[in-house]
Write a protein that binds this ligand. Structure first.
Ligand code: AMP
Length: 299
């Protein structure tokens, strides 16, 4: 089955202690769409400005991502600038320029309205809600978010949470949302806002799912070297939804496998700047790491 992914299609300027990389292809929807594309057909819904390089469109096409919902508007593409410390778990956002996505309110084609899996990748909750309201046959809706939206659009986020099946967010955001230091408790409390499933990402420490059957813990794939973790969270959720869309049966039955596949897909993202590493792998690489991870956690 196919997937609709809406979110940012961005230019990212990323500084690490080793190097500076201006205006790479990034954005929540770009990372998620490429990750999901290894598993299932993906339609990308997004907007770019007239500064968006043609070579990045070619990269989407290489992954057979349907671009009928990718608009080009006059103005600047969403631009995000971030800087990592030596400990790459610590990152600072230096600049977020919303550009053409700020006032963008897309009307979905009939085809896009009817996608069974919907990923509302990280972007303004108003936009996520606007897209969700137009969907007609969604079987499973996942939303991702981040601290910026908790800070400036909390009310809109809370009203979105009533309408989705699964919320994905990182540990500091879960703590912030629930004003609760214990991440497990925070995850469990988020159900009160609506989502049946809550997944809290903990970076190199994996993730925790809270759902009707209790908790599930997923490890991250251990890496010897991290080059740039930007987009790992988006790749995680992209791989996860991709796995769900490509496997028949109940989401409940497939969710644990989906989370581990998301985790493994995200590991590749960290091994290059922007999308450089993820766009070079194949399904065979994902499967190989799945096997390696399985043997590391079997006991
Ligand atoms: P992650 O490392 O998973 O948090 O995702 C980083 C990606 O999210 C980058 O490619 C950014 O372009 C994108 N991004 C950063 N800030 C935002 C935001 N406020 N809304 C949507 N996407 C964002």
């Amino acid at each position: 089955m196919s997937i609709l992914i809406v979110g940012t299609t961005a230019l990212d300027s990323i500084k690490t202690p080793q190097s500076e990389n201006p205006r790479l292809l990034g954005g929540s929807a770009s990372h998620a769409a490429v990750a999901a594309s290894f598993f299932a057909p993906v339609s990308l819904l997004g907007v770019v400005g007239d500064d968006f390089p043609e070579e990045y469109i070619t990269l989407y096409k290489k992954h057979k991502i349907d671009l009928a919902g990718l608009e080009r508007a006059p103005g600047n593409t969403f631009h995000w600038e971030g800087e990592y410390e030596v400990n790459m778990n610590n990152r600072q956002t230096l600049e977020t320029d919303l550009g053409v996505i700020e006032n963008w309110a897309p009307t979905l084609s009939d085809n896009l309205c009817r996608q069974p899996f919907v990923l509302l990748a990280n972007c303004a909750p108003q936009l996520q809600h606007h897209v969700l309201r137009q969907t007609k046959e969604a079987r499973f809706v996942i939303a991702d978010t981040m601290d910026l939206w908790l800070n400036i659009a909390r009310h809109e986020l809370e009203s979105l949470l009533k309408e989705i099946d699964c919320l994905v967010l990182n540990d500091s955001e879960a703590r912030q949302l629930m004003e609760e230091d214990n991440v497990v408790l925070a995850a469990q409390q988020i159900h009160r806002y609506g989502p049946k499933y809550v997944i809290v990402k903990k970076g190199e420490h994996g993730s925790v799912l809270s759902g009707p059957n209790g908790l599930f813990l997923a490890p991250a794939f251990p890496l010897n070297k991290v080059i740039d973790p930007t987009g790992a969270g988006d790749s995680f959720v992209g791989g996860l939804v991709g796995y769900l869309a490509s496997h028949p049966g109940e989401v409940e039955t497939n969710l644990h496998q989906a989370i581990i596949h998301g985790s493994v897909t995200a590991s590749f993202c960290c091994e290059g700047f922007g999308l450089a590493a993820t766009t070079e792998i194949s399904m065979a690489d994902i499967q190989q790491r799945m096997e390696a991870l399985k043997s590391m956690v079997a006991f």
